[in-house]
Design a protein around this ligand. Structure first.
Ligand code: SF4
Length: 489
């Protein structure tokens, strides 16, 4: 069996993904998303920056076996820094498995020469992996440990240090004692699961799956099975609890009493999940049973503003502050986009935005998600807006997402703006576009000046603002129309 560090990393993220990478039908796999390509490009820039002026050597062969031999020759020659080397080792067995032949391949970003005896002389090597993440994720630590383990086998001694180089050149030292044991176990699990010809069960998790090239395929499987992971709020741990109660499908969840579910999940979660499943099975919007006792109507204004931000987190810029202006009195609706066409213009658009919203001091400002509030506070501090002036704006923010999730259960698989507004019949002009895509477009706009891309982002942002308006109208009517018929305890 051949096990690479990439396969192990994928396995750690999702067992099914590693399995599909090995045995899946490639026709079912989508092409790589632009956002992933952007991340790859950024990682390469980060690596270039790390290498800086440091001289290095690189093995030249294309195939792994030869490349690994070249890498070992460079290490034997005592080269200071080896970039894109390959560590390869053959094992006769692995604890916890029946395997009698295993080849493991690791590709650390660089191998750095260190003082200290090895089989080649008075030097040895340690591996450094340059990763784009801000945090030392477990899968990064695991592969860094794998590199260290392979090095020990190849050079006849353990490197003293195993390091990850994270974003902003933050080094992270991996605790080898802890991760050595985890590595042994995870490799064994990986071999055992990948040796079977049974696909690991699907589990759709928005965070983990949305960039995965198998998402379309897995989502189709999950839908066909009415898999419980499609129910908002069902986490892997809750899923296990549901299974132990014999609840395995959307319908069975909808039909199980919350009291029964509550034994394992707690009363509140049980009620929420059961209602959510009911709503999805019957395709109806429900009042949340465990909503707050005191119900508030959504604030109204003669003028209302609907606000949404586009940001490029990697460049640390909020480049579009979009406002959909609704004047009920004069029946005027208009979209305003404050756009930073260059990174340096963020301060300028912030001031334009502040001046604009101050022109309507009584207008509530509706948005969706906490990001807008956090960002206004941050931009205000960054650009020295007087605290009272900033508070006057932030104090008018109304998060529609909170209103929806506090009171209502929707028959949706996600409580994102797109999913909720789509379920109410609102459609975006830019079909199939996500926030990730707009980040890529903005980057390309900065590089190429292609105006069409910036215009597409503005249209997308306008639709986000309009969708917030649509949702706000709907939730307002829903609360007001049902208020008299609901018995408030
Ligand atoms: S879509 Fe999700 S469940 Fe399917 S392979 Fe990818 S990460 Fe795993």
């Amino acid at each position: 069996m051949l096990l690479t560090d990439d396969l192990l990393l994928n396995f750690k993220r999702c067992e099914r993904r590693a399995f599909l990478h090995l045995y899946g039908d490639r026709q079912e796999q989508s092409s790589e998303k632009d956002f992933l390509m952007k991340l790859r490009k950024e990682n390469q820039l980060q690596i270039n920056e790390y290498l800086g002026q440091r001289p290095y050597s690189t093995p030249q062969a294309d195939d792994w076996e030869t490349r690994a031999m070249e890498t070992e020759a460079l290490m034997a020659a005592g080269i200071e820094c080896i970039y894109r080397g390959v560590l390869l080792y053959h094992f006769d067995a692995w604890d916890g498995t029946d395997i009698d032949s295993l080849t493991i391949i690791g590709k650390p970003t660089v191998l750095l020469r260190q003082a200290g005896e090895s089989k080649w002389g008075k030097w040895h090597y340690r591996a450094v992996s340059v990763k784009l993440g801000q945090k030392p994720k477990p899968e990064y630590k695991l592969t860094a440990m794998l590199h260290s383990f392979l090095l020990e086998k190849i050079q006849g001694r353990s490197p003293r240090l195993t390091q990850l180089m994270l974003r902003a050149r933050r080094p992270h030292r991996v605790d080898t004692e802890l991760w050595s044991e985890k590595l042994q176990e995870t490799v064994a699990d990986c071999i055992n699961i990948l040796s079977q010809d049974r696909e690991p069960e699907v589990f759709i998790s928005r965070q983990r799956c949305h960039l995965c090239s198998w998402h379309k395929h897995c989502y189709g499987v999950a839908q066909a099975e009415q898999h419980l992971s499609l129910v908002p709020g069902v986490t892997p741990t809750r899923y296990e609890s549901l299974q132990s109660l014999g609840v395995t499908t959307l319908k069975s969840l909808a039909n199980t009493s919350p009291q029964h579910l509550g034994q394992h999940l707690g009363a509140d979660v049980a009620m929420q999940l059961q209602q959510q499943a009911q709503s999805m099975v019957n395709q109806e919007v429900l009042w949340r049973v465990n909503r707050p006792n005191k119900m508030r109507s959504v604030p109204q204004g003669e003028v209302e503003l609907f606000f949404d931000i586009e940001a490029e987190p990697d460049r640390n810029v909020d480049y579009l502050l979009g406002v959909y202006f609704v004047d009920r009195r004069n029946q005027v609706e208009k979209f305003y986009a404050f756009v930073a066409e260059t990174l340096e213009e963020e301060g300028k658009i912030w001031q334009e935005f502040v001046d604009f919203v101050e022109g309507f001091p009584d207008a509530p400002i509706f948005h969706f998600s906490p990001y807008e509030r956090d960002t206004l506070n941050r931009l205000g501090r960054k650009y020295g807006t007087p605290p009272q002036q900033l508070q006057d704006i932030v104090g008018r923010l109304m998060d529609i997402h909170q209103w929806v999730t506090k009171y209502v259960i929707f028959p949706v698989e996600s409580y994102s703006l797109k999913s909720l507004a789509n379920s109410l019949g609102f459609h975006w002009q830019e079909v199939g576009v996500s926030g990730d895509q707009t980040v890529c477009w903005y980057d390309t706009w900065l590089e190429t000046g292609d105006r069409q891309l910036l215009d597409a982002i503005i249209r997308y942002n306008e639709d986000d603002c309009r969708a917030t308006h649509h949702l706000k109208q709907w939730i307002t009517e829903f609360i007001d129309s049902k208020q008299n018929t609901i018995v408030l305890s």
